[in-house]
Ligand binder design. Structure first.
Ligand code: NCD
Ligand code: ZN
Ligand code: ZN
Length: 355
């Protein structure tokens, strides 16, 4: 079969090494499995702080960075080592003076989890006004605010929680802190994509590979499929289409964040299964699949490698990676300490492979 070779549907693609702007690696034994997956593809990754207990001080972030760094494979000669970019977890009591210490420790951002919104978020913010002194310090020091954008109240339908968050939380926050850089993480709806486009240069969003590839039918096809369950939950097809349009638009406000979130398989295949999809084993290949399906391979490099560092005001990576159109099948499982980790698309044929 001859392969089309125009720039929107090529048979191979070399791009500046991408970064992952939203990643969970957990701690302890799990690091040995998941950090090498990310380090094989990405130059840097923004590490989420939702450990138990959460990462709330600069000192804890520095110690966590060391543990992650030790789990990354040694780089080849001449190659830069994988760089974990650290974040703090915003609580009602994160003191404003911790922000200066964080900045000095090269922490890049602070993460807002509304209390109870997602995995390990019980220590999250109960009322944004309690955090305003800290947000002022962040705006001053140039630390970004990363947002899990869902309201938590049980009266709001689960599928509407992101859209309601925009109106009730994000719009007032944006107004009160006009120069705070905000990343609306793992957006899942047309409303979120439209909001980000209209919100100006200090607002951006990350988009996961799974929200580009699947709609909510994936969770229920032929029986309940817990490995497709994450938060914010997969939405209708119109929302997936809006996310693909945003990611492939060439707008620098949208960039790559996998939200790869490892959980032991027995805790996902459970009466009350954990939220989170694991994609780090084949992250860039899954994004390539989504961009290729949209005829937009020429837009992948901006989304994966350029717009993230530009928004964070960090240098772009210098090395490159190459993807080839080639069928391959990722493994169905990995060891995760004493448990098993089942990656998304494990045992399924993918069309792109990193060389
Ligand atoms: C994440 C996790 O497991 O830590 N889960 C998820 O479903 N995305 C938390 C998060 O990013 O909300
Ligand atoms: Zn989240
Ligand atoms: Zn996450």
């Amino acid at each position: 079969m001859t392969q089309p070779s125009d720039s929107r549907s090529p048979s191979s693609l070399t791009l500046i090494r991408p970064d992952d702007w939203h990643l969970h690696v957990r701690d302890g034994e799990a690091l040995k499995t998941v950090v090498p997956h990310t380090a094989a593809q990405f130059g840097r990754a923004v590490i989420m702080p939702n450990l138990r207990p959460p990462v709330t001080t600069a000192e804890q972030a520095v110690a966590y960075r060391k543990r992650i760094f030790s789990a990354a494979p040694k780089p080849f000669a001449g190659q830069k080592p994988f760089e974990p970019l650290m974040t703090l977890y915003l609580t009602d009591n994160l003191p404003a003076n911790e922000i200066k210490r964080a900045k000095d420790a090269r922490v890049v951002a602070v993460k807002l989890y509304p209390a109870g919104a997602t995995t390990n978020s019980d220590a999250g913010v109960t009322d944004l006004r309690k955090t305003y002194k800290t947000l002022e310090a962040m705006q001053r020091e140039g630390l970004l605010l990363l947002v899990h954008g869902e309201v938590t109240s049980s009266e709001i339908d689960l599928f509407d929680r992101e859209a309601v968050f925009i109106d009730t939380q994000l719009i007032p926050l944006r107004r009160d802190f006009p120069e705070l850089k905000i990343v609306f993480e793992h957006i899942t709806t047309r409303e979120a994509a439209q909001y980000v486009q209209s919100a100006g240069n200090f607002t951006a969003a990350t988009i996961t590979a799974h929200h580009l590839l699947y709609n909510r039918n994936a969770i229920f096809s032929g029986g309940i499929r817990p490995h497709y369950y994450c938060l914010p939950v997969l939405k209708r097809e119109i929302h997936r289409e809006a996310l693909v349009a945003a990611a492939t638009s060439g707008s620098p406000q949208f960039f790559l964040g996998t939200d790869s979130a490892p959980h032991a398989a027995h805790l996902k295949e459970h009466a009350s299964g954990c939220a989170g999809c694991y994609t780090a084993h084949a992250a860039i290949e899954l994004y390539a699949q989504a961009f290729d399906a949209a005829g937009a391979m020429d837009k992948l490099e901006g989304f994966a490698s350029l717009f993230g560092p530009d928004f964070y005001q960090l240098p772009r990576n210098e090395s490159t990676i190459t993807l080839r159109r080639e069928s391959w099948t990722p493994p169905e499982s990995y060891a995760l300490g004493d448990a098993v980790l089942k990656p998304l698309a494990g045992g399924e044929v993918l069309q792109w492979r990193m060389v």
